[in-house]
Design a protein around this ligand. Structure first.
Ligand code: HGY
Ligand code: MN
Ligand code: MN
Length: 406
């Protein structure tokens, strides 16, 4: 593998793609936006020069295909193309580019593969625009329902409209389900400190935490901030804080480690001298143990009941619900062997972050491989990777795909 050439091109790709992904100076590439469109144009041209047949499915997942000689089975490799708001350059995109460079190099050295290979850039995994997330990977395994397309973004645009405007065909989303996929491989930065602190080169993921995202709406009464006595108010924010301020207590009490994060909060009307009557916020709950997630949701519901007693309305909606999953054990063992044979230190581990692999894995044998990111930081513009880690991931992925397809 001509590592120097690959690394030079890879760094150029990251720089070019970052340029197209800036919204008001911050990196944010939500799906079905002009940033997404620009980056797809760049990637389509780049993949075509590398011999891929490029297409987009009904959900606008970006696909680069290399036809196999013998079989109609396909090995799928890739990750998501979208980012969180004010996000990092490598979350998702690194796994997509690693798939391209690994396959390009394998075809150069070994010629046409026996099995077909497809690199996929999934849409809206992060849910930074449509909070339910994992939309592209859910389409590939046929989990998307017609009702999912009614979800609206902050501007009130539905997923259906957004996909159509971008050139997709929501009505055909069932056809986006792929029946030819034999196995799925995702390479990703760890997004946490465990692998980096272990000093190992590769993380072989055996399980991915479950995730449940609640959207909680509290409706009170709008009043004058100066004349309304505290005891007569129905202050939506003051009561919402009764839930928010209990996140640490609820997560400390779960048997297995858990997290709960309020990442989005909308308040109305939003004037300093007006008691707010409307608050809507999300709670992102994670754990490897479904019981821990249930405990936190139950704790939140109990607090919600006390808020209702105070005369306010509370609505709790579940907008994302991915159970904890185990990845394919045979693939995990095969990848352990590969790391040993190729002389890569590795660490079998759990993923605290969610990934498209957790949507795919219940349907198709899947493997998730990590490389460290600097300081374990992610979902921040400070997200960084070393060039050594970038190449380690591509090297290992190349050997994994060689064994699968050549
Ligand atoms: O939120 C996650 O864990 C993933 O980055 N979507
Ligand atoms: Mn990701
Ligand atoms: Mn992410």
């Amino acid at each position: 593998m001509k590592e120097g050439k690959i690394l030079k091109e890879l760094l150029q790709d990251f720089a070019e793609i970052k340029k197209h992904s800036l919204v008001d100076g911050e990196l944010w590439r939500a799906s079905y936006t002009k940033e997404d469109q620009k980056v797809k144009e760049y990637l389509t041209a780049m993949m075509r020069t590398k011999g891929f047949i490029v297409s987009q499915d009904a959900l606008m997942n970006l696909l680069g295909q290399i036809e196999g000689r013998e079989s109609d089975e396909t090995i799928l490799v890739g990750s998501h193309l979208d980012t969180v708001k004010n996000g990092g350059e490598f979350d998702g995109l690194y796994g997509f580019l690693a798939g391209i460079y690994a396959i390009e190099n394998l075809v150069k050295v070994y010629g046409q593969p026996k099995r077909s290979l497809a690199v996929v850039g999934f849409m809206e995994e992060e849910g930074s625009r449509f909070t339910s997330g994992y939309i592209g990977s859910r389409a590939i395994v046929g989990e998307l329902k017609d009702s999912d397309f009614a979800e609206v973004d902050r501007s009130g645009t539905s997923l259906r409209e957004a996909v159509k405007l971008a050139g997709g065909k929501p009505s055909e989303c069932i056809s986006a389900k792929r029946l030819d996929i034999k196995a799925f491989f995702e390479v990703h930065i760890e997004q946490g400190p465990v692998l980096e602190q272990s000093g190992k080169q590769i993380g072989l993921v055996e399980s991915i935490n479950g995730l449940r995202i609640l959207q909680i709406t509290v409706r009170g009464r709008q009043d004058h901030a100066g004349t309304t006595p505290m005891g007569l108010r129905k202050d939506a924010l003051l009561h919402a804080c009764k839930i928010i301020s209990n996140m640490d207590r609820l997560t400390e009490n779960t048997i297995s480690p858990s997290t709960a994060t309020v990442g989005e909060l909308l308040l109305k009307p939003g004037s300093s001298n007006v008691v707010p009557d409307f608050v809507q916020f999300t709670v992102d709950i994670r754990s490897s143990d479904s019981e821990a997630i249930k405990y936190i949701v139950c704790g939140i519901s109990k607090i919600a009941e006390t808020i209702k007693h105070a005369g306010l309305e509370v609505k709790i909606e579940v907008i994302a619900d991915e159970p904890p999953i185990q990845l394919d054990d045979d693939l995990l063992k095969a990848n352990e062997m590969i790391c040993k044979e190729e002389g890569y230190s590795y660490f079998v581990m759990n993923s605290g972050a969610g990934h498209d692999a957790q949507v795919i894995a219940p349907h198709i044998p899947s493997a998730l491989l990590f490389v460290p990111c600097v300081g374990g930081r992610s979902h921040t513009p400070e997200e960084a990777m070393t060039e050594v880690s970038m190449m380690d991931g591509i090297q290992i992925l190349s050997r994994v795909l060689y064994d699968q397809a050549w």
